[in-house]
Write a new protein. Structure first.
Length: 261
């Protein structure tokens, strides 16, 4: 079954830590210790609340921690569950910021992508990192790389998503709960044979971008988002169809929809 990967990263962390250069690290250490210990628990609690009336609650595990970023992995059972998980993640990010960052120059930004570990991607055990509590599993492959490629376009308060995630959301019965914005296209190394990849930002359909004024002043992409309208479902589906046609006609590649069934 394809895995859904969820990255949550701190924006502004480098500058924040630089404040304490030459000083006691305790000035910033507790902020990061709290994030890595509390955010996964808060996310798990919100997931439990979201799926309280369901027969099963999705399991979302920490895959790895890198610098100021935590990456989760989960196996959604269907398109509706995947869409709900994405919306819960965004809600949790807003809640965490309101509770812990209200007086700090820090924000949270997220990225979501899918990878089929029975296809072009693989999972491997790292024996040196395994313990008596279980094997340490890592994931390697082009779809894993894609997730980290698109994460550089993530911005505070929203979720950057891959085309596979978008197509899955569009197939869900609760797709109307999400709003997706096309924020341009950028070539990504090793992706789509150099054809620019769509930059997609997702929000809860009931919310708006909550960028801070100085963030907008410093980032043209954020400024453009404030003027943008959510893309239509028809437009998003056409974009996916056009990309599928390009891969087939120009490179002889079939890009099959991801199946979570």
């Amino acid at each position: 079954m394809p895995r859904l990967f969820l990255s949550v990263d701190m924006a502004g962390s480098t500058e924040f830590k630089a404040r304490f250069t030459g000083q006691d690290a305790d000035g910033w250490l507790e902020v990061f210790r709290t994030f890595f210990s509390s955010f996964p628990l808060m996310l798990a609690g919100q997931i439990g609340f979201e799926f309280l009336d369901d027969d099963a609650t999705p399991s979302i595990d920490v895959w790895k921690v890198m610098g100021d970023e935590v990456v989760f992995a989960t196996e959604p059972s269907g398109a509706e569950e995947l869409t709900s998980i994405l919306l819960v993640l965004q809600r949790t990010m807003r809640m965490y910021e309101a509770r812990h960052f209200e007086e700090l120059p820090l924000r949270l930004k997220g990225t979501a992508w899918l990878a089929d570990v029975d296809g072009p991607n693989i999972q491997i055990e790292i024996p040196e990192l395994s313990s008596k509590n279980g094997a340490h599993i890592d994931y390697i492959g082009p779809d894993i790389d894609l997730g980290f490629r698109i994460s550089k376009f993530s911005r505070p308060g929203c979720l950057t998503i891959s085309l596979d995630v978008l197509e899955t959301v569009l197939s869900a019965r609760n797709a109307a709960s999400a709003a997706v914005y096309i924020m341009g296209r950028e070539p990504l190394k090793g992706v789509l044979f150099g054809r620019p990849y769509p930059i997609l930002w997702m929000l809860d359909a009931e919310t708006a971008f909550d960028f801070l004024p100085w963030e907008v002043d410093a980032d043209p992409l954020m400024a453009a988002a404030l003027r943008a309208e959510p893309a239509s479902i028809e437009g998003l589906r056409k974009m996916i169809a056009d990309m599928r046609l390009y891969l087939k006609r120009m490179h002889g590649r079939d890009w099959a929809p991801v199946s979570l069934a």
